[in-house]
Design a protein around this ligand. Structure first.
Ligand SMILES: [Zn+2]
Length: 248
C-alpha cells in the first residue's frame, strides 16, 4: 500500500517512543490504522494535521508491519468544533461510533460521505444539546442500516401485515416493529413507541442527515427514537451505546 487517501482522523493512541497510532476513516480503504512517527515530539509538523476530527489528505506507505503516515495536507481542520464543548462532544461521539461500527479496511464511500456530512452539520450549525444527542443517535441509525442491520419498520414481525395503528412495539433483538395487538406482554425487552417516533425513524433511514435539524416533535417522540436506536446498537454490537455527556 502506497497511496494518497482522504481521511477523517478518528483517534490517536501512544505507540512506541515518540510514535502515535492514528485511526482514521478513509474514503479509499475504509477504517485504517497507521503509525505516525515522531508525532509526540513538540516540533512535529504532522501534529495538527492528524488531530482527531480533522479531514486530511494523507500519504501512506507500507512499513514492515504497519502502514506509515509519510505526509499530509489538511483539507478541513474544523477549528470551530474545538472552541465549543457541546459540539465537540457530539462530533467526538460520531467519531467513536464509526470506530466501533466499522471493521478495518472495508471501504464504503457511502459511510465516508455520511461521516463527512454529519461532521459538517455539527461544525456549521448551532445545536441545542438535545438536537446534538438526536443527531448522534440518528447517525448510528443510518450506520446500522449501512452496515447490514436495516430494521423492518413497514411490516409487523409477528403477523407480516403492514404496520398500522397508533402504538407499536419495537424489538431490538429482531430488529423490527410489532403491532400492539400482536405483542405479547411477556416481552419485556420490547420498546413501546407511538406513531410520531415510528415516522421519524422511518423517515431518517432514507433522508439526508441534515434533515435531522428540521425534525419537529414532542420530546417523548425523541426519547422513544433514541431508545430504539441505542438498544438496537447494543443488541447488534453487544457493547453499551457510547455515553454522550450532556453539556449545558
Ligand atoms: Zn401484527
Amino acid at each position: 500500500m502506497t497511496s494518497n487517501v482522504l481521511a477523517v482522523i478518528l483517534r490517536q493512541e501512544d505507540w512506541r517512543e515518540n510514535d502515535v497510532l492514528v485511526t482514521m476513516y478513509t474514503r479509499e480503504y475504509g477504517k485504517l490504522e497507521a503509525v505516525a512517527k515522531g508525532l509526540r515530539k513538540i516540533e512535529s509538523k504532522l501534529v495538527s494535521h492528524l488531530e482527531p476530527l480533522t479531514t486530511a489528505e494523507i500519504f501512506i506507505v507500507q512499513g514492515r508491519r504497519w502502514p506509515i503516515v509519510a505526509g499530509s495536507f489538511v483539507e478541513n481542520p474544523r477549528f470551530s468544533l474545538r472552541t465549543d464543548l457541546s459540539h465537540l462532544v457530539s462530533a467526538g461521539a460520531i467519531a467513536h461510533l464509526i470506530d466501533l461500527m466499522t471493521p478495518l479496511e472495508n471501504p464504503d464511500e457511502r459511510i465516508y460521505g455520511l461521516l463527512e456530512d454529519t461532521l459538517s452539520i455539527v461544525t456549521e450549525n448551532f445545536l441545542e444539546p438535545a438536537t446534538g444527542q438526536l443527531l448522534v443517535h440518528l447517525f448510528a441509525w443510518k450506520m446500522l442500516a449501512a452496515t447490514g442491520y436495516r430494521p423492518q419498520l413497514k411490516i409487523c414481525l409477528q403477523c407480516h401485515h403492514r404496520i398500522a395503528g397508533e402504538k407499536f412495539f419495537f424489538s431490538p433483538r429482531r430488529g423490527g416493529i410489532i403491532h400492539s395487538r400482536c405483542h405479547s406482554h411477556g416481552q419485556l425487552l420490547h420498546i413501546e413507541i407511538k406513531t410520531a417516533a415510528l415516522k421519524g425513524l422511518t423517515y431518517m433511514l432514507e433522508a439526508p442527515m441534515n434533515m435531522t435539524l428540521r425534525l419537529r416533535g414532542e420530546r417523548q417522540a425523541f426519547i422513544e427514537m433514541t431508545t430504539v436506536i441505542s438498544r438496537t446498537f447494543e443488541e447488534r454490537f453487544e457493547i453499551p451505546f457510547p455515553a454522550i455527556a450532556s453539556v449545558i
